[in-house]
Design a protein around this ligand. Structure first.
Ligand SMILES: [Zn+2]
Ligand SMILES: [Zn+2]
Length: 211
């Protein structure tokens, strides 16, 4: 009986042109699997950059719901909130990567930048936000210096002037920019209000909203 190895040339043995053609047909999930098969594809295949945005969106929504490792679980006394999908980087990440009180809305200016350092005006547009991880929030300007965040695992974080994220229990001054941990309450974006519910309840509501 021929083994599957002898059935034909592997993708690696094909001419580069043909490889590219085959890879261009793959969906996000297949690209992720391919990039994990070996070092060569890890370097050449970038699922984030290559996949279709709609395909990525559908994949993370499915992954967060269907993969057992991403579901919430109750083990003894410990409650694991389950993993969440980020709609900016399209990754399913640990609850430690998400702000429990993330804004659901933001004002953006005409250039598409979030309005955080002034009051919004009529020229700005109110947009609703889907869930995003803290890393993406910082990069997109949705989290800014002096923000205080609480992860869905209950860790208190703050952001310094050079936009690094620190744990309040470990670092109170950034060694690079000298910024101090903020004492004032977290800034709010535009009309957004902090809901009165505790984070655990909130995470369930937000999880359901995404379906
Ligand atoms: Zn992200
Ligand atoms: Zn800093």
């Amino acid at each position: 009986m021929p083994t599957s190895k002898k059935m034909g040339p592997s993708l690696l043995e094909l001419p580069a042109e043909l490889q590219r053609m085959i890879i261009s047909q793959l969906d996000y999930e297949s690209l992720i699997h391919l990039s994990a098969t070996n070092r060569f594809f890890n370097h050449t295949v970038n699922p984030q950059a290559m996949a279709d945005p709609l395909d990525k969106l559908q994949f993370v929504m499915r992954a967060a719901k269907d993969f057992p490792q991403h579901r919430p679980s109750e083990k003894g006394q410990e409650y694991h909130p389950g993993n969440f999908e980020c709609y900016i980087c399209f990754k399913v990440r640990s609850p430690d990567c998400f702000d429990a009180l993330q804004s659901q809305t933001a004002y953006i200016d005409r250039l598409g930048r979030p309005v955080r350092d002034r009051q919004p005006t009529q020229a700005d547009t109110l947009v609703s936000l889907r869930r995003f991880c803290i890393e993406c929030g910082v990069r997109a300007g949705l989290h800014v210096a002096s923000d205080s965040l609480t992860t869905r695992t209950g860790r208190d974080l703050w952001i310094c002037s050079c936009l690094r994220v620190w744990s309040k229990h470990q670092v109170l001054r950034c060694p690079s920019c000298g910024g101090d941990c903020p004492l004032r309450p977290r800034k709010k974006m535009g009309v957004d209000k902090i809901p009165p519910q505790p984070p655990r309840f909130l995470s369930r509501v937000v999880g359901q909203m995404a379906t």
